[in-house]
Ligand binder design. Sequence first.
Ligand code: PMP
Length: 428
Amino acid sequence: MTTNLSLQERKQAVFANGQGNLYPVYVSHAKNAELWDVEGNRYLDFGTGIAVCNTGHAHPALVEAVKDQMEKFSHSCVMVNPYESAVALAEKLTKLAPGDSPKKAMFVTTGAEAVENAIKIARAHTGRRGVIAFNGGFHGRTNLTMGLTGKVTPYKDHFGPFPGEIYHVPYPNPLHGISDEQSLTALSTLMKVDISPRDVAAIIIEPIQGEGGFYIASPDFMRALKVLCEEHGILLICDEIQSGFARTGHMFHTEAAGIEPDLMTMAKGIAGGIPISAVVGKANVMDTAPVGGLGGTYGGSPLGCAAGLAVLEVIEQEQLKDRAMMIEQRFMESLNELKARYPEVVADVRGHGAMIALELMTDGEVSKPNPALTKAIIAKALDYGLILLACGFYGNVIRFLPPLTIPEAHLREGLSQFSALFDEVMAE
Ligand code: PMP
């Protein structure tokens, strides 16, 4: 029989070390929130392949759409012979993006590529060089996005030199002593010390940091950022790659602040696992880059566009924004019980919709992160039939990203398994 262990041994022999895997669990098949490995073990997937399968694994509507497209054609290159699904997806996304300005879209393949293109567009539009990003932010692993990512280990260590003209400021994080005002002050200090606002093309921010630990920028902060950008002619780029597509109870979390970003990046949940990503932004900004300056062979692939259209339909038909809010409520109840039971280690329970975090500390002190406990919980998750992910600037956050389509029974089961898992690890 093929075992997880034998596959892991084979993988280690032929995969570069840098592309590691969290669990030695080799997937055989998956359905909505359930996932089975090659040994027949069943898990509840509270990670959805890092916020990708918002509509659950193998949603029938997605399977149908992709099968149908595959039978017709799998590739022609949107830059050679385009097709209606790409136009239709762009029409939908430009309508869904927050704000009233006319919008345009462009498609690429991965999250990092979307971010790269947003920066290219911002630089082309403003004729400026500087880009400001936030400490703890994650924007990708390519050279430019690695430069934007605000964490050295494991993303930047060993991989320099880095692209120039990228600056970082603290992300607002009251739990760790950084108020909105302090973050804004850091921005204005940066613009006195290092770069004139006249030279800044864009500020890029995740409305909720993903890999960074699910820290949330307050609506007030997002609005203040928008005002600052407008004052100086700087473009605001919202990176919604992890927080988009109904994940937080909004189609895009930027909506919570009621602002219109100049550019937005989208990927992950956009197409349930078929690789496609997008930049959507104000039409006059998007149009600045010359013909041929943006795109790529696979950008906006027919399979990605078909899957993207199916995802948007499922989000609407199954009211997944509302389901995200229901999921939030269940998680909050259950995790706050844990917080009450273990006040010495649970520092915070936070999140919006189905993007929820449990932050762990030592001795009741928020300033003492507890990555060891976080690792111990992740390591034991398989025994409880759970796929869990960690994240965080300090490596001390368990993040929950269940499918928005998760049946109630599986949600209850997963939460009670998590609670039992937590009890066991605490008793050790
Ligand atoms: N931005 C954010 C907010 C992300 O969460 C990620 C992926 N974790 C990326 C960009 C990069 O996406 P990809 O891995 O598809 O390149």
